[in-house]
Each structure stands twice: as structure tokens, then as C-alpha cells.
Design a protein around this ligand. Structure first.
Ligand SMILES: C[S@@+](CC[C@H](N)C(=O)[O-])C[C@H]1O[C@@H](n2cnc3c(N)ncnc32)[C@H](O)[C@@H]1O
Length: 150
């Protein structure tokens, strides 16, 4: 199973859309807290609907706890700060794809520790995609490469 990891997400509607995507595409979602909102937030619930119940979700109080619990897994950072394109990368079945927070990505010290860092190429002067859109694009490629789509 492909794993989606959200680093301290800020925007409830984005996280909710990712929870729904994860439930629909059989991805496991890992949320590194604190989030910039409460998971009881009405804006989160309105978008996530009943997909929270259908999703596989793990929550961690901080990044260190997340790393300890998943120390044997391969981490792949999805970031605007890379020169390597996601569609040139060979994803594995149990990869953990880490996405940064909307306001600031991930801290430099986390970025430097992760060897595999990938970006989605953008046109012109565009700076970044919405994080939920990025998850959909990169997860689709990882799923396709590993024959999850029948
Ligand atoms: C709105 S962006 C954060 C922008 C932040 N200023 C930064 O420099 O990381 C939120 C997250 O979406 C993902 N993202 C957005 N656009 C991306 C792109 N073109 N390539 C890779 N990741 C992207 C990354 O995981 C990023 O941390």
C-alpha cells in the first residue's frame, strides 16, 4: 500500500480532500501533528464527509514519533525544492510520500535528511500547486507504476 504523509497540515479542506482521496484509492494516510486546525472542525467534516470512517489513518504527535514508528520504510519527500521530477522516479509498493504544510513545506533539517526528493514540474512563473492536487498527481503515478489500478 502506498502511504501519504502530511506534515502539520494547515488547511482543513485540503486535508479532508486528501482523506477522501486516500479512502477512494486505498492509500494509507499519516498525519503528523499539530495541525493548524482541529479534526472536529466543521470545514474539515464538510469536505471529508463519511470518508474518514472509510480511510486508514494514523496520527502522530510529532515528526520524531512518526520516524520511530516507521523507521524501516522508505521516505520520499515531495517538494518544490528539488530538481528531480516525480515521473522519472521508480516508486515502490510501500513507499511513504511526505508532503509539506501549505504555509511552509517541511523544515530544512527534515528536507536534508531525506535522500529522495521529487517535484512536479510547473509551467512559467508558477510557484506551487495546492497540496491536495499534488498528492493526487504523485499518488496516481505511484499507484500506476505498482499496478494498483486494475
Ligand atoms: C503550497 S506547497 C508549500 C509551499 C512552500 N512555500 C514551500 O516552499 O514548500 C505545500 C506542499 O505541496 C507540495 N507541492 C506543491 N507544489 C509542488 C510541486 N510543484 N512539486 C512538488 N511538491 C509540491 C509540497 O509537498 C509542498 O510542501
Amino acid at each position: 500500500m502506498i502511504n501519504i504523509v502530511l506534515y502539520k497540515p494547515d488547511i482543513p479542506q485540503n486535508t479532508a480532500a486528501i482523506v477522501r482521496l486516500s479512502a477512494c484509492l486505498n492509500l494509507k494516510i499519516h498525519i503528523i501533528e499539530p495541525c493548524g486546525f482541529n479534526l472536529d472542525d466543521s470545514r474539515f467534516k464538510r469536505v471529508a464527509m463519511d470518508y474518514v470512517k472509510l480511510s486508514r489513518m494514523a496520527r502522530y504527535p510529532d515528526f520524531e514519533t512518526f520516524v520511530k514508528k516507521n523507521s524501516k520504510s522508505r521516505m520520499v519527500l515531495i517538494t518544490t525544492k528539488s530538481k528531480k521530477f516525480f515521473h522519472h522516479f521508480k516508486f515502490k509498493k510501500h513507499d511513504f510520500l511526505l508532503f509539506g504544510r501549505e504555509s511552509a513545506g517541511v523544515p530544512n533539517e527534515i528536507r536534508e535528511k531525506i535522500k529522495d526528493r521529487l517535484k512536479v514540474p510547473l509551467s512559467g512563473k508558477a510557484r506551487s500547486l495546492n497540496v491536495a492536487m499534488t498528492v493526487a498527481i504523485v499518488a496516481a503515478e505511484a499507484l500506476k507504476q505498482n499496478n494498483f489500478f486494475k
